[in-house]
Design a protein around this ligand. Structure first.
Ligand SMILES: *C/C=C(C)/C=C/C=C(C)/C=C/C1=C(C)CCCC1(C)C
Length: 243
């Protein structure tokens, strides 16, 4: 059978793994690690093209994909070597990248108007509730259901803030059409794009026996979409507003 031999040397870790041709989930780990690297280079170089007030947003977009790239290297190794779900690496990644993505809402609004810090703290609190509850559910079978329910509440709180709360009011009043377009697209990503994660959780844990293939494939596709497309939305707004 065709086997890809991948040599991986990174930060003192040296591993040789055989990625099997019959392991689509392993391939998705591999593809996404590379996409994250490429996206990082792109966002950080494109930073030169945009005006000063947008630079931090592009830096943060690049940090999100950089953090994800490194975690994907490790998650791929766990998956290929053991076939197990790399839950701890996954949640350490999310613990860093979700708040950074949430900060983008604050930065986008701050680039065009004054924003009270409460917006940031509420979005951060919603993210942390969502992630800690989800983690508890994934590592402890006793919390599969309660972790899911509490995690959903955290996510709903975030959506409330960006659709009906102070952040949405500030956005509506900002009077900057380009930033409003970016805000609207990011809001759609947090609603539709982020819904892929709870769907993956349901398919992974609620359909009888735990299904790590389903879980990881859905989480991987969700990350590809929500980290790279999210950054691209910000990049497009920044470029348009800088011209
Ligand atoms: C870059 C990583 C991102 C954007 C991760 C987002 C993760 C979520 C939106 C997770 C959501 C979950 C729920 C809404 C319910 C509980 C289970 C979770 C943690 C998978």
């Amino acid at each position: 059978m065709l086997t890809l031999v991948i040599k991986f040397k990174f930060m003192g870790v040296h591993m040789i793994n055989n990625l099997s041709a019959s392991d689509p989930v392993g391939m998705s780990f591999w593809l996404i690690s590379m996409a994250m690297v490429a996206a990082t280079v792109f966002f950080l170089i494109e930073r030169d093209r945009v005006s000063g007030k947008w630079k931090t947003s592009l830096t943060v977009a690049g940090l999100v994909t950089l953090i994800a790239a490194v975690h994907y290297f490790y998650m791929r190794d766990v998956w290929v070597a053991t076939g197990e779900t790399p839950t701890v690496y996954r949640y350490i990644d999310w613990l860093l990248t979700v708040p950074l993505l949430i900060i983008e809402f604050y930065l986008i609004l701050s680039a065009i108007t004054k924003v009270p810090a409460g917006v940031f703290w509420r979005l951060l609190a919603g993210s942390l509730i969502m992630l800690f509850a989800g983690f508890a559910g994934e590592v402890n079978p006793a919390y599969v259901v309660s972790g899911f329910v509490v995690g959903m509440l955290g996510w709903i709180w975030i959506m409330y803030e960006i659709f009906m709360g102070e952040a949405s009011k500030i956005n509506a009043a900002s009077g900057n059409a380009i930033a409003q377009k970016a805000y609207g697209a990011m809001r759609l990503l947090v609603t539709v794009g982020w819904s892929i994660y709870p769907i993956g959780y349901v398919l992974g844990y609620f359909m009888g026996a735990a299904d790590p293939d389903m879980l990881n494939l859905w989480y991987n596709i969700a990350d590809l979409w929500n980290k790279i497309a999210f950054g691209l939305v910000i990049w497009a707004a920044a470029v348009a507003d800088s011209e």
